[in-house]
Design a binder for this molecule. Sequence first.
Ligand SMILES: Cc1cc2nc3c(=O)[nH]c(=O)nc-3n(C[C@H](O)[C@H](O)[C@H](O)COP(=O)(O)OP(=O)(O)OC[C@H]3O[C@@H](n4cnc5c(N)ncnc54)[C@H](O)[C@@H]3O)c2cc1C
Length: 428
Amino acid sequence: MNLQANIPTTALPRVVIIGGGFAGLELAKKLDNQQFQIVLLDKNNYHQFQPLFYQVATAGLEPSSISFPLRKLFQKNKNTHIRVTEVQEVDTQNKEVITPVGTIAYDNLVVAVGADTNFFGMPNIEKYAYPMKNVGEALLLRNTLLQNYEDALVATDTELRKALMNVVIVGGGATGVELSGAIVEMKKFVLPKDLPELDFAQMEVTLLEAGPKLLNGMSEKAQTDSLKFLQDMGVKVKLNAQVKDYDGAQVILADGTTLPTKTLIWAAGVTGNKVKGIPAEAITRGNRIVVNRLNEVTGLKDVYAIGDIAYMEEEKFPKGHPQVAQVAMQMGTNVAKNLKAGLHQQPKKPFVYTDLGSMATVGKNKAVVDLPFIKFSGFIAWLTWMFIHLLSIIGAKNKVITFINWVVSYFSYDQSLRLIMRSKIEKQ
Ligand SMILES: Cc1cc2nc3c(=O)[nH]c(=O)nc-3n(C[C@H](O)[C@H](O)[C@H](O)COP(=O)(O)OP(=O)(O)OC[C@H]3O[C@@H](n4cnc5c(N)ncnc54)[C@H](O)[C@@H]3O)c2cc1C
């Protein structure tokens, strides 16, 4: 099939944005589309709200509640053109982006491709462990968790049944903490009702963290409170525990300990998505693209990088910013302002990250919140976490559905979405 991107020609300067995540979407929304032609490229036709993937994985929310179609957001912007395609390469000499639907010329290019799971070069982990970096992976994890209990029910071998029931989560950041809490709550409130023939007292939920503390980067209060919450809920938390290998049934730790599980969830780190054509000199640790305070990529003209993929050193962040949604959105906003300033020959403003705080939920009525002026945990923190997340989800319908799901599961101690959706249609 002969394809071409079919972007209309225009007298307006064209900004091509690769990636409709938190950074790219914010930029596309904030850029004035009377002054620029905007071309938004993403391999998916929807935006994903990653902070709630763990609820999809644990049957608390449907994927559609936390995903939003990109086209719906820009229905009224006639100078914004979306193409659902995976960018293969950028040609910064000729100012073109190369995609399976053709080559697209740009005046300004913004790379906002985000990051993917880092398996730290361990092939067995990549082969057998479950990452959770997109909505498809969250759904696969949900299917696997649920199917494993179906299999445990009919397993004749005690060791196999144990491995099918146990869950091991690697990475004590917000994702690992939130997943551990949600899974141990499933163990307590949901699974014994669904599968009374299984003895859930035998099921172990283990959280492994290579460092000495959970929630690295948050306050000491958040770190100690989250550890206590998880331990009280029944999660076995092992700090300073480094995973060495996994064969699909046994996790092997650096100290020789083995843990039987068929479900190893890998939430231990990310690495920037590669974009061919960005020179090697501009790539640094974690596969991030080095930018200056205007988000301009080192050594390139009219090329910017924003969000998780961007590595910028600021006085307060000498080793780069944390890879979180607020940084991505604030970079998108600042680049939008600077592109406009450039058009009108006005001075551009260096990026300054305003840290609005961070938070993680551990379970029902339990969360930890660090705001710039106060740090707290428990029930009020949990309400704060819910309120902020509801505000952040895109789409009024998504907010309402999520809120209803949360209210129902709060009072019923249950989730109703325990469907094993097969990802492949088997053909004869
Ligand atoms: C499970 C999980 C939980 C998280 N929880 C939190 C949290 O609670 N709070 C918080 O602040 N942050 C959280 N984060 C981090 C936050 O989601 C990221 O910092 C944020 O998504 C970064 O935004 P981004 O736009 O740089 O990248 P993304 O949001 O990842 O967007 C990148 C986009 O680029 C597209 N793309 C990639 N490659 C290509 C290509 N070659 N061609 C076309 N399109 C491409 C992708 O499809 C995607 O839409 C979490 C992340 C995960 C994975």
